[in-house]
Design a protein around this ligand. Structure first.
Ligand code: PLP
Length: 454
């Protein structure tokens, strides 16, 4: 059965969809690691949507917790009340947070988490009498969300281009992109220190006393296809930030909450950020929820200063969203799913290597835990990308859907315009057999897509 068979024509829909020319299949149910469309076709959700559905779909414990919360209390505005469920979730998140984190600011998604973190950084420096600090430094090829502040710190050229006149001025430095940027004869550690030196230079140009924060995804996600940091890179960044009194904001909206094999990806780097954004895997898609974890020294400055964070949204700390996230996190702990992520991640790595390790059009396979990127190239020896006009990423996505497979391909891997990759982020509950099926279907989709582009 063809994936497009259940898709109503785009012109019949009144929904302002992302794509206005093509129809979409209608999702009607989700069971475990599968989504089911209106025609009954099943899709293996090997990307968790966009690295969201860590427990898969229809998890009975999460659904029961949401029902119970709805029966008790769906919503209470946070300027009038706190709720038991928000307090319990904050306790659980702080108990397992990186050292020194004292409070959680709940929002409704990743972009809101990044916006809140940017504004926390600014207000912190106002509170402590350093209002001259007004610059953010971030990385090219990063993705931090689509609201204006998050888009401004984000470094994806294509996403920023038409909105540039609306964006605050942010300095961007190189991503940590070992496959393309580590020089011949350079060790991974030397490469990392070269990047730290580049950041140091950018800070010196702005004046260290004028910079608020360096913002980075601990593991680069959507726009560059799972860029894992080289050893020592983030330690160097942390030391540099400390030398200048600059905050380190790590964005783990995609790579966090267990996706990389540890609860927070920064644990594997041996660094503690000042602000940590989380979202997707926090609520696993059962409700829209994100959060900023904040260091005690920041919260103290707010408390001693103005006594408030001058920010807020109507749905902060929504009770049903908190109940869903609390249930998701309790299941992860109860079922020891972080160990399972590491275990299945090793299996997935092996399967990807076996299928694509010698593939003439796969240049790099990279990732951690159940978070993997496969970078496509026209020529392995030169790392030359496919002509962007061929839209290889879109063809792979379409072919995968025909095969009954959801993956998250993207273009612009190299520089925001050129290059293609496929991102995989299967649910933590995936069996090895399911992962083998994912890789087999992906192989078929990639080969068909490349066959039709050459
Ligand atoms: N930050 C990162 C690292 C992300 O990957 C994303 C989404 O993909 C966001 C922020 C934005 O999150 P949302 O789409 O929930 O606003």
């Amino acid at each position: 059965m063809n994936a497009q068979s259940s898709a109503p024509p785009a012109q019949n829909s009144k929904v302002f969809h992302r794509q206005l020319r093509t129809g979409l299949p209608t999702a009607v149910a989700g069971q475990g690691i599968e989504l089911i469309d209106a025609s009954g076709k099943r899709y293996l959700d090997a990307s968790g949507g966009a690295a969201v559905s860590c427990l898969g779909h229809g998890h009975p414990d999460v659904i029961a917790a949401m029902h119970a919360q709805i029966d008790k209390l769906a919503y209470a505005h946070t300027s009038f009340f706190t709720t038991e469920v928000a307090e319990e979730l904050a306790d659980l998140l702080i108990d397992s947070a990186p050292e020194g984190m004292s409070h959680v600011y709940f929002v409704s998604g990743g972009s809101e988490a990044v916006e809140a973190a940017l504004k926390m950084a600014r207000q912190y420096f106002v509170e402590i009498g350093q209002p001259q600090r007004k610059h953010f430094v971030a990385r090219r090829q990063s993705y931090h969300g689509n609201t204006l502040g998050a888009l401004a710190v984000g470094g994806n050229a294509w996403r920023r281009e038409q909105f540039k006149p609306l964006l605050i001025d942010v300095t961007h430095v190189s991503p940590c992109y070992e496959y393309r940027d580590r020089a011949d004869g350079e060790t991974p550690e030397q490469y990392g220190q070269r990047l730290v030196a580049e950041l140091s230079q950018a800070i010196d140009t702005l004046g260290g006393e004028n910079v608020m924060a360096f913002v980075a995804e601990t593991i680069g996600g959507a726009t560059a296809g799972v860029l894992t940091p080289v050893p020592g890179y983030f330690k160097g960044i942390r030391e540099l930030c400390d030398r200048h009194g600059i905050l380190l904001i790590l964005d783990e909206v995609m790579c966090g909450m267990g996706r990389s094999g540890t609860l927070h990806a920064c644990e594997q780097e041996g660094v503690v950020p000042d602000l940590l954004t989380i979202a997707k895997g926090l609520g696993g898609g059962y409700q829209p929820i994100g959060a900023v974890l904040a260091q005690g020294k920041l919260v103290d400055a707010f408390r001693k200063g103005s006594g408030l964070f001058q920010h807020g949204h109507t749905y902060l700390g929504h009770a049903v969203a908190c109940a869903a996230a609390l249930a998701v996190q309790k299941v992860i702990i109860r079922d020891n799913l972080l160990a399972q992520v590491r275990d299945r991640g090793t299996a997935l790595q092996g399967l990807l290597q076996a299928r694509f390790g010698d593939h003439p059009h796969v240049g790099d396979i990279r990732g951690r835990g159940l978070f993997w990127g496969v970078e496509l190239v026209a020529d392995r020896s030169t790392k030359q990308w496919f002509d962007p006009a061929r839209k290889l990423h879109a063809r792979i996505k379409a072919e995968a859907m025909v095969e009954g497979l959801m993956v998250y391909p993207m273009s612009g891997t190299v520089d925001g315009v050129r290059g293609d990759h496929v991102l995989l982020a299967p649910p933590f509950i995936s069996s090895e057999e399911a992962l083998a099926l994912v890789v087999a279907r992906l192989g078929t989709a990639i080969d068909r897509a490349i066959g039709s582009t050459i």
